[in-house]
Unconditional design. Structure first.
Length: 118
């Protein structure tokens, strides 16, 4: 069993930055696809960024490309989402996800609120 704990959310003005962290416990995440999703009020959860196992290549949604960066620290068993040039439309609850479809693994964190004021 893997537990994912997000942190780093908060309130920031438009144009500002935040860094979200997702710490995994119970098992190393190094062999999982690690994703960041978000869900705004009244909207469906959407994929924001993903680091793909085993290549480590990354995917970003068009809406965040060039502004968000996902990285990982294997030694700390933690993934990060650096969010720059934040916009009010980035306001959402952000969730960390660890998944391997071939192993039927799909773990979620509890979410962290990000609010961007205009």
């Amino acid at each position: 069993q893997v537990q994912l704990i997000e942190s780093g959310g908060g309130l920031v003005q438009a144009g500002g930055s935040l860094r979200l962290s997702c710490a995994a416990s119970g098992r190393t995440f190094s062999s999982y696809n690690m994703g960041w999703y978000r869900q705004a009020p009244g909207k469906e959860r959407e994929l924001v960024a993903r680091m793909i196992w085993p290549s480590g290549s990354t995917y970003y949604a068009d809406s965040v490309k060039g502004r968000f960066t996902t990285t990982r620290d294997i030694a700390k068993n933690t993934v990060y989402l650096q969010m720059n040039s934040l916009k009010p439309e980035d306001t959402a609850i952000y969730y960390c996800n660890a998944a391997r479809a071939d192993l039927k693994i799909d773990y979620w964190g509890q979410g962290t609120q990000v609010t961007v004021s205009s």
